[in-house]
Design a protein. Sequence first.
Length: 213
Amino acid sequence: MLLFVALGMYQKFKGKNFELCGIHVDVGFEEFEHDLMKEFAKKHNLTLYIEKTKIFEILQNERNLHHGKIQCSLCSTLKKGVLFEKAKELGCNKIALGHHGDDAIETVFLNMIHGSKIATFLPKQYMSRMDMDMIRPLVYMKESEIIGITKENDIPSVRRVCPNDGFTQRQEIKQFLDTLYDKYPMAHDNFLSSLSNTKQVSLWNKEKIEKEK
């Protein structure tokens, strides 16, 4: 919800001419606080669209094929699909997501551990299939900064109701990094800076090494 407020302020004080709306993809979890989101949208004069889906039902059917666990990656893919389709229907040309710097760093470690690659998501990315830009305006902020700002400005947070919450691979990486940051306080900023430090990348080129033997 902080992203809505931030973009609204940017629009107002920078005199930018763009229309802003919110799209929430209702995965189908029980007890989700729709009223809180609706009240927030009304207070900030934000047009909010709630897209009800059967994503949770699909995830439940798939979990039996994956040791009883809900697939976070499948959930993310399905949600993005619904989000982009609705945005396209509304005539939007940009989608703003609320990922922050900690998300980006965690994604690097997840990709190295589980995908044998050094990669993370981009602050801005053109989605050619949808002819739309995907932007992440909060990507240079720390999660702790976002939490602090929301508390200071009484911006509500929706209660997490995902059955996987607190038990994901991302949560394990988050806990590992928190321990690392306690010992090396500069590590967080250095990790984040390294994501854009393309001039100082030194990785193995196996093909080149083989040729030089």
